[in-house]
Design a protein around this ligand. Structure first.
Ligand code: 5GP
Ligand code: MN
Length: 342
């Protein structure tokens, strides 16, 4: 399976490499609410292209919204621009690359620059990816977009260095849940070994990502976990994070990261959900499945979201009190179907 996907991509890699040869100005964008994979892939590409392609005059990395603090250790992170405040962006780029974005709405404010580029390239690994680029390198068998980035850079014969390796390692370690999830293949481990050989430091990266959380994050999560609700069978667990709860803890939106996995940890839980009230008063959903038989990405697609089978999300255009009422019955049905067949 993986072999077929890989050989199919090689052809597309060649198109990408040819297009890079023509591009002097490159714009790379991550998805809104950036995570380790989207940021690591973006910066890995930036370092590699700047190092190996002297004809490229500039590579601008841009996100929409605020940069989460947890990734401040990534090399090059300080040069990442924000769409809201950037003043030096070009009106049009020769090439725009999106990394780890499953759909164009995930590009946020960067969407017009992505779509307006002479060539747009969609590099991703989400099963729900809707191939919105002119060129689409979508490897749904890859654990992380960073793994796809590694394969592309290898095909381009760009040697790894410590900066590229640190960025790509971060993408892989975050999207595999620290090498715990089913996407942790032998190929992931081979890629990871090459990244460590090139200078990625697993202990340092893990500590930065997971062992240096602010008190407000740890306490917000403790509180939200205590308030987690369950259906009578304890197969679905959900936490509701209001602005009020965030404010009580002086916590930021990004401090919710990891909570949904804590709920899934309960042995009876098949689906874990976190509902977060956004600043604009609607609801962001983070969802995890505990079994390969329940595809939560498909449920999220009904609300315009997506992701992976066992980890997905969406934004529901309704209040934090209405959103659980709309979503939970659908999840009950998913669990009922799963229990019927097993
Ligand atoms: P998280 O819950 O960690 O934010 O996201 C889990 C997975 O779902 C990630 O792969 C992420 O890209 C995807 N995801 C989260 N929110 C959305 C969304 O609103 N739309 C889409 N298409 N994917 C999402
Ligand atoms: Mn990813």
């Amino acid at each position: 399976m993986q072999k077929i996907a890989f050989s199919r991509s090689l052809v597309i890699y060649e198109d990408f490499i040819a297009a890079i040869g023509e591009a002097k100005t490159i714009f790379i964008t991550a998805h809104v609410g950036p995570d380790g994979d989207t940021l690591g892939s973006m910066l890995g590409f930036k370092f590699a292209l700047e190092k190996a392609c002297p004809h490229i005059q500039r590579v601008d990395c841009v996100i929409s919204g605020k940069m989460p603090d947890a990734y401040r250790f990534l090399p090059g992170i300080k040069e990442v621009l924000r769409m809201e405040t950037a003043t030096t962006l070009l009106p049009q780029y020769d090439m725009a690359i999106s990394v780890d974005c499953g759909s164009p709405d995930r590009l946020g404010l960067a969407r017009p620059l992505f779509e307006g580029a002479k060539i747009s390239v969609n590099i991703d690994h989400h099963i729900s990816n809707d191939r919105f680029g002119k060129l689409n390198i979508v490897e749904t068998t890859a654990a992380a977009s960073a793994e796809v980035a590694f394969d592309i850079l290898k095909t381009m014969k760009i040697p790894m260095d410590a900066n590229i390796a640190t960025c790509l390692y971060t993408g892989i370690v975050t999207d595999t849940g620290g090498f715990k999830y089913s996407n942790t293949t032998a190929k992931v481990m081979e890629t990871t070994a090459a990244l460590i050989s090139a200078g990625a430091n697993p202990e340092y990266i893990f500590k930065q990502l997971y062992e240096e959380q602010p008190l407000s994050q740890v306490m917000l999560q403790a509180d939200a976990l205590r308030q987690t609700q369950f259906n009578p069978e304890y197969t679905i667990g959900w936490a509701v994070v209001t602005r009020e709860l965030l404010n009580q803890h002086n916590a930021l939106d990004e401090h919710i990261d990891g909570l949904v996995e804590s709920i899934r940890r309960v042995d009876t839980v098949l689906i874990a959900v976190v509902f977060k009230e956004t600043e604009s008063g609607i609801t962001k959903v983070s969802i995890r499945s505990d079994t390969h038989d329940i595809d939560v990405s498909a449920v999220m697609a009904q609300f315009g979201g997506g992701g992976h089978k066992m980890a997905a999300g969406c934004t529901m255009e309704m209040s934090i009190t209405e959103a659980p009422k709309a979503l939970l019955p659908l999840l009950e049905e998913k669990v009922r179907q799963k229990l019927l067949v097993s």
